[in-house]
Design a protein around this ligand. Sequence first.
Ligand SMILES: [Fe+2]
Length: 509
Amino acid sequence: MTALVASLDKNSYGLADQGKSLSHENHFGLPSKWEPRYPNDHTTQGRFEYQMDDLVVYGRIPNEIEGTWYRAHPDSRVTQPPNFPFIDGVGFVSALRINNGGASIRGRYVETERYLLERKDGRRLFGRYRNPYDNHPCLQLANDSTANTNVIHWAGDVLAISERGLPYAVNPDTLETRTFDPYGGQVSARTFTAHPKVDPLTNKLVTFAITAKGLQSDDIVTYSIDTKGRIENEFWFKQDNRGWSHDCWVTENWIVLSNMPFTTNSDEEMMTPDADYWKFVPGRAQEFLVAPRYPGASPPEGWKEGDPFTSFNIFDFWNPDGYQLPEPKSDYVRWTIELQQPSGSKVSPPKVLYPRMCEFPRFDDRFLTRQTKIAFLVGLGGPSNGAPPMNKLIKLNTETGEMEVFNAAPGGSFEEPAFVPRSPNAPEGDGYLPFHSSRPSSPKSELILLDTNEFSRPVAVIQLPWADRNQVHGSWVPNPYPDQPLVPLGSPIKDHIPSVKYGPLAKIQ
Ligand SMILES: [Fe+2]
């Protein structure tokens, strides 16, 4: 047996250390091409599509909840080299539907060009985020959009979006892919933010695109999309400092982008192995870029010198040689931008609302564009060997400082919650929070439903029969046609005529 192990190609498969004893725990030393992607038995695998009705529910799902929680899970179908970035997996959309006190689920790959080409060839063809030199040379004309970062519902479609390209439209029930670029031909941008916002007062989708005319472009466009998919208020401008604007804030008249201190690597730099597209610029100030939502406004051209802070988890990604990173922080803060100040003004330090590490802040989307007071945060903390775990769900009243905390099981973690209003006219923040939970004491994923007025224990725990692949973002979508009941997602959705034929051996005698 020892001789057999020694003859295997260790380098190809990352075979377990030959010095270890051969046991069931190390799969008897047998190699697998999947070892780089799944280094241990606890790595969630994904790579399967599913549908299921009547999920196992502990507790009670309130009858007033009727809608669908869509989430985006990067999940390559093919093998990847070790340490291939999670965010470069192809798009997979899951939909958890809640109605009549029960839950059903469906999950499908978004059939992007990237996914279809790799499925056809049975191997990885595309590379790291927006680095064309990391793709197979035959793919120069291929669309590399991953559709893997966020999922929203707009103009009758579910949009699977990633900021590197344009959206894919997906059927809200079947999750079958409908089309690439559903608003095609109206705006010439080649990208689309992963974080567009629905303005509840105007019922318009407010969005933007960075590096909008190509990889080395300084062009940004902001615009809105109406409920018929028509573009309005298109506004183009150039960045003084090429930077990375991932998310945005939207007020009644302005859209504000957070321009993080990054620039793009040159073609030559991107040709080196494992090169990234974005490059952190140590010491450069963070900027806010303020753009008008409507024609006729006189926008400031951009705030050019703020305090050198970051609003995004960049410390997880880049650590340039020779640069001493400050103590990582991800407080929840409120910035105030004085629009009457001239372009280039320094922004005053923010008010710290939650002084500890947190991520994935959510609030009641019905109050977008207005000042809100209730925030829901995923808190990080506790012992860990690497990044601190996201193990707290926090409700914060930013006016009073009152806080409630729901803790994960020992060693467990949470992911980004969604917010479900208790009723259309419920007060701000009054409703439910669905969020994914995992714990080492269970091999299954749990989707927890927490009442925002009762953090001592959830109202329901929806159990999946598998460990879910990590998500990025997602959104809750109330039944868009309340006069029609939502169909359960585990049953066939398209009409079909079942056969009534049966063989003689199947007859009841
Ligand atoms: Fe994001």
